[in-house]
Design a protein around this ligand. Structure first.
Ligand SMILES: [Cu+2]
Length: 178
């Protein structure tokens, strides 16, 4: 029995995104991601390199399919507001949403996450438009930031959110040690 618990803990540790082992002086952040009913459905790890921020997001227990995933501009995940408390995308500009928008993208725009039939989704992304240590789009600034997963895919060009629909999960981005 003890062995099976230890094995389970090892599997859980492996399943959580982490950039442990890279240079400890690099700015880092993490997020615990919750669904609208308050269940934790995932975690994220982030680390800043010389040219941008690498992020790894893993979720489980969400509806299958391609889902819009953005970085929103306020550190608030109030489910009673439908997670609207997280406000708009980091670097929001009218008409500027979308990775494929000639007038975009906004700093908080990142690729979709794909969730399988088993409810598990995972992705890595790299953004040169945000930071964890300063500048115009520091995710750890005074009002913080959040990951938001939407109910539908982001088409990367429609305004204002790529047609991604309602917000189904939210995670506060907080400082972390490597
Ligand atoms: Cu969004």
């Amino acid at each position: 029995m003890k062995r099976s618990i230890a094995t389970l803990l090892t599997l859980c540790a492996l399943a959580s995104p982490s950039f442990a082992g890279v240079h400890s002086e690099m700015p880092a952040a993490r997020a615990d991601i919750f669904s609208i009913d308050g269940t934790q459905v995932g975690t994220a790890a982030m680390v800043e390199g010389a040219g941008g921020v690498l992020m790894h997001i893993r979720v489980e227990g969400l509806p299958p399919g391609k889902k819009g995933l953005h970085i929103h501009s306020h550190a608030s995940c109030d489910a009673s507001t439908g997670f609207k408390s997280a406000k708009g995308h980091v670097g929001k500009v009218d008409g500027g949403h979308g990775l494929l928008n000639p007038a975009g993208p906004e700093a908080g725009n990142i690729p979709n996450i794909f969730i399988g039939a088993d409810g598990i989704g995972e992705m890595e992304a790299f953004s040169t438009r945000v930071s964890l240590s300063g500048g115009d789009h520091n995710l750890l600034d005074a009002d913080g930031s959040t990951f938001i997963i939407h109910e539908a895919p982001d088409d990367h060009k429609s305004q204002p959110i790529g047609g991604a629909g309602g917000r189904i999960a939210c995670g506060l981005i907080v400082p972390a040690k490597m």
